[in-house]
Design a protein around this ligand. Structure first.
Ligand code: TRP
Length: 381
């Protein structure tokens, strides 16, 4: 398997990733603690959609002792948003609501411009705007959410990033990100930009504020560097909570925009989505007769996985699907139709909210001047 911020492929072994990246399991007692503090147990924790962390215990202890944390997540705007992307956002919204937390949401238009030969600066900026609509449509709190466009907000971003970059050597960056001599120097600097939002709130407040990052596990290399340099700049190390990937509707892998027939975009029409669902890979048998007799296998079914990750939050609902599939009572065609209905309903609602977001997108953007002022003041101190 390959898992880097720019490539995820092969059969993903999440246990191995925990070992390889040196992160920690989210234990039962940690889940209980979050649930106790949040007043609710989220299905993403119960189902191990979020399965690994760094310093989550620390940040919860801080919270218990009166230090609220800020949330930070993001997206690389390389194309339209698809359903796999919003898995961590749904959980981030839960955390924002339950912990009354501010959220910095970074759109890394610079990263996508630098890494992708076919993305122009103009296209990256345009995608940032389009993706921001999806972020807003997920329902983040307008008064507590700050969307960052690295390109638009370059002033404060750059002024924080150079402080970070000064402490990261070329050999560290090479070892962590696998850069080679042919990697352009823009992308080699970029990790400092992705580390930057971890510290914005501390700079604004003038004192340290803990930061929790919900993100898919492929982003972990950035956080290793961020955690490494934080104390050198006098900040707390940011904590992380890592999610699994939502694979495409085909067989295995991460949901990838490069295979559009296997992923549902948030801007797909209900007809397009239904067609993709009807072609999805499932754990069915060769014939209906055989399936009625022997049952299907939900463990390898892409539709079942989507139910678990997003569309069936109720445990009892999942149990029924699982049992009916295994017993041969629920056939794949029938399940796909039911599932498509849920997805269609979701898309209609999302797209409605997405259109409404056009009117408020400005109010979600980071106040760049204000942050720059604080950064420069902090600079002098
Ligand atoms: N590099 C990420 C991507 O390509 C985008 C990103 C920036 C991000 N900051 C983040 C993702 C923080 C998760 C958390 O998708």
């Amino acid at each position: 398997m390959t898992v880097t911020p720019w490539e995820v492929s092969g059969e993903i072994d999440y246990e191995k990733l925990i070992e390889k990246f040196g992160t920690e399991h989210i234990t039962k007692s940690l889940i209980n603690k979050i649930s106790m503090l949040a007043g609710e147990n989220h299905f993403h924790l119960r189902r191990k959609v979020f399965f690994s962390h760094r310093a989550l215990d620390w940040i919860l202890d801080m919270y218990e002792n009166g230090s609220k944390f800020v949330l930070y997540t993001g997206r690389g705007p390389s194309g339209d948003t698809h359903i796999g992307h919003i898995v961590p956002w749904v959980f981030t919204k839960f955390l924002q609501d339950k912990f009354d937390a501010k959220l910095y949401f970074q759109l890394t238009d610079d990263e996508k411009f630098l890494i992708n030969p076919s993305i122009s600066g103009k296209k990256a900026l345009n995608l940032t705007y389009e993706n921001a609509l999806d972020v807003i449509a997920v329902g983040f709190d307008q008064r507590k959410t700050y969307i960052i466009s690295d390109m638009e907000h370059a002033g404060p971003m750059y002024n924080i990033a150079i402080r970070i970059a000064k402490h990261v050597t070329g050999s560290t960056a090479k070892a962590v990100f696998g850069f080679t001599d042919s990697s352009n120097i823009g992308i080699q600097f970029f990790p400092a930009i992705q580390a930057t939002p971890c510290f914005i709130e501390s700079i604004l407040q003038g004192h340290n504020v803990p930061c929790l990052i919900p993100a898919a596990i492929d982003q972990d290399p950035y956080w290793r560097v961020s955690r490494d340099i934080a104390p050198k700049l006098g900040f707390y190390k940011p904590a992380q909570i890592h999610s699994r990937f939502l694979p495409g509707l085909g067989k295995g892998g991460k949901m990838s925009s490069s295979m559009p027939e296997t992923c549902i975009f948030l801007t797909d029409s209900t007809r397009q989505a239904k067609k993709k669902i009807m072609n999805a890979f499932t754990g069915g048998r060769a014939t209906v007769k055989e399936q009625k007799k022997l049952g299907g296998n939900p463990d390898i079914c892409s539709v079942y996985l989507y139910e678990q990750f997003l569309f069936e939050p109720e445990d009892i609902g999942i149990k029924v699907i699982n049992e009916d599939c295994r017993s041969g009572k629920l056939l794949c065609g029938e399940h796909k139709l039911k599932f498509a209905e849920k997805v269609e309903k979701f898309l209609i609602e999302h797209q409605h909210k997405r259109e409404k977001a056009r009117d408020v997108v400005e109010s979600y953007l980071l106040n760049s001047d204000e942050v720059l002022k604080c950064v420069l003041k902090d600079w002098e101190a």
